[in-house]
Ligand binder design. Structure first.
Ligand code: GDP
Ligand code: IMO
Ligand code: MG
Length: 443
């Protein structure tokens, strides 16, 4: 018997604070993989894909879905909001997208209405606590600036165990009722008090809603771990799609200003059951500058006309919440750290076209903390104490959105790419010069 060929397994991860353009890169790579798998996060993600001028925003459904019938797997590590998932499915169906390849892990955890309520209420409480601090106390903001999609509370419930609802529970009315009743009993007083008395929980209504969603989702629910290992045994290739970014990873990001999951490559093992040594390729996606949504340090942050220009040209407004994204020069200390955490074998650089028209481009190659220079990233709130050491590189005047080969790019743009490769030690294998699938250079 001839053994099945060793399958190509590729991971696509964000090397910054999310929104690096993972959706575009995943969509492109999906063509050459049998299945696309989300392993972390939930509807906090917003992944944009543009095909022939048509823009799609995906939150829970893997970005490979735009290839008809493509196997698209939501792994056990994702926290699934059934309302968002069904809305997304209906939206795709209304646009004629064949999403029949979508499969959902029976062990993925469910984001319940009380998780979203708790997320919002906690943020309000933290914001109030922050505003009580004396001005100039140096303590910074207290609220995380979450997407209020219930992500943190749903992952916390998963770790607390007894009251957590998994997708499989949606199909078992009695178990579901017991869990919802218990969860409501435990949460009612806390949510009511924290909301100043206004919050009410109605376990009966929550149960009915969840069970109805379960009925619609039932045909998609599977044991995805055995499904994926079956594919591997047959020599089929798998593409793993990260949500959020390495600097938002709950362990390796700028804690506490992070999300609730393991966004880096290590999350693949946890969130799918496929061991990370099956990966043959790790594509780290970075944009040509920095952005961040929500609170937390961003050492190279810009304001004024330069920030406005980047924000407008890059459409830097959240795909999920519509919030304007904070923008800054490229922070290579951060990118190099993320490449190290993920073992990136190549870089895909996006949004280079946004930087056209600047006389000079600045990149951060070190930090100064209390007068001492360091080349190490600081993965917590202390990063706020770092002043960026910026190097200046020549800018490029001409628009590059029509370039399709490296040689088409102006010399300063190529120099920018070379600088990134030399600094990170990782090859820039893809350069994206516009949102569309076609606006891409294989370097
Ligand atoms: P993701 O969360 O990592 O998938 O990224 P988002 O989709 O939230 O944000 C990236 C944004 O940049 C989206 O609006 C994309 O359509 C857009 N985009 C991706 N690559 C490029 C590029 O090379 N140039 C430009 N101008 N836009 C891009
Ligand atoms: P994609 O997949 C950008 C940020 C939020 C907030 C923090 C915690 O599109 O790159 P959460 O709701 O997860 O508890 O919020 O993390 N955040 C993202 N920022 N892109 C994302 O996803 C994000 N997912 C979460 O803004 O600061
Ligand atoms: Mg996004």
């Amino acid at each position: 018997m001839t053994p099945a060929p060793t399958p190509v397994c590729t991971a696509v991860v964000g090397l910054q604070w999310g929104d690096e353009g993972k959706g575009k890169i995943v969509d492109r790579l999906a063509a050459e993989h049998h299945a696309v798998v989300r392993y972390n996060g939930g509807a906090n993600a917003g992944h944009s894909v543009v095909v022939k001028g048509e823009r799609y925003a995906l939150h829970l459904i893997p970005s490979g879905i735009l290839y008809p019938g493509k196997l698209a797997v939501i792994g056990n590590g994702v926290v699934v909001d059934p309302d968002w998932l069904l809305k997304e499915l209906d939206g795709l169906s209304a646009r004629g997208v064949d999403a029949s390849g979508l499969v959902l892990s029976s062990r993925a955890h469910v984001v319940m209405p009380y998780h979203k309520d708790e997320d919002g209420i906690r943020e309000d409480v933290l914001k109030h606590a922050g505003s009580q601090r004396p001005v100039g106390s140096g303590e910074g903001q207290a609220e995380i600036g979450t997407t209020k999609r219930g992500i943190g509370p749903a992952y916390a419930e998963k770790v607390q165990r007894a009251t957590a609802v998994r997708v499989g529970d949606l199909l078992r009315p009695e178990a579901l009722k017991a869990k919802i009743d218990l969860a409501c009993a435990l949460k009612a007083a806390m949510l009511r008090d924290l909301s100043g008395g206004s919050h009410r929980l109605d376990p009966g209504a929550i149960l009915e809603h969840a069970a109805r969603a379960g009925q619609r989702l039932a045909p998609m629910v599977r044991d995805t771990t055995y499904l994926l290992h079956g594919l591997l045994a047959d020599g089929k290739s798998i593409l793993f799609e990260s949500a959020n970014g390495t600097l938002l990873d709950v362990d390796h990001g700028t804690y506490p200003f992070v999300t609730g999951s393991s966004c880096a490559v290590a999350g693949i093992g946890v969130g799918t059951g496929v061991p990370v040594q099956r990966l043959s390729r790790v594509v780290g996606v970075m944009k040509a500058y920095s952005t961040r949504v929500g609170s937390g340090p961003l050492p190279t942050e810009l304001s004024g006309a330069v920030a406005d220009r980047i924000r407008t040209r890059g459409r830097e407004f959240g795909t999920t919440t519509g919030r304007p994204r904070r923008v800054g020069w490229l922070d290579l200390v951060a990118v190099k750290y993320s490449a190290m955490i993920n073992g990136a074998t190549e870089i895909a650089m996006t949004l280079l076209d946004v930087l056209a028209g600047f006389d000079e481009l600045r990149v951060c190659t070190a930090y100064e903390v209390d007068g001492v220079r360091t080349d190490r990233f600081i993965p917590d709130a202390d990063l706020a104490r770092a002043t960026p050491v910026l190097e200046s590189l020549p800018g490029f005047g001409e628009e590059i959105t029509a370039c399709r080969r490296l040689g088409d790019l102006p010399a300063p743009a190529r120099r920018y790419i070379d600088f990134i490769q030399a600094f990170t030690g990782v090859r820039v294998a893809t350069v994206s010069v516009g949102p569309d699938r076609e606006q891409t250079i294989d370097a």
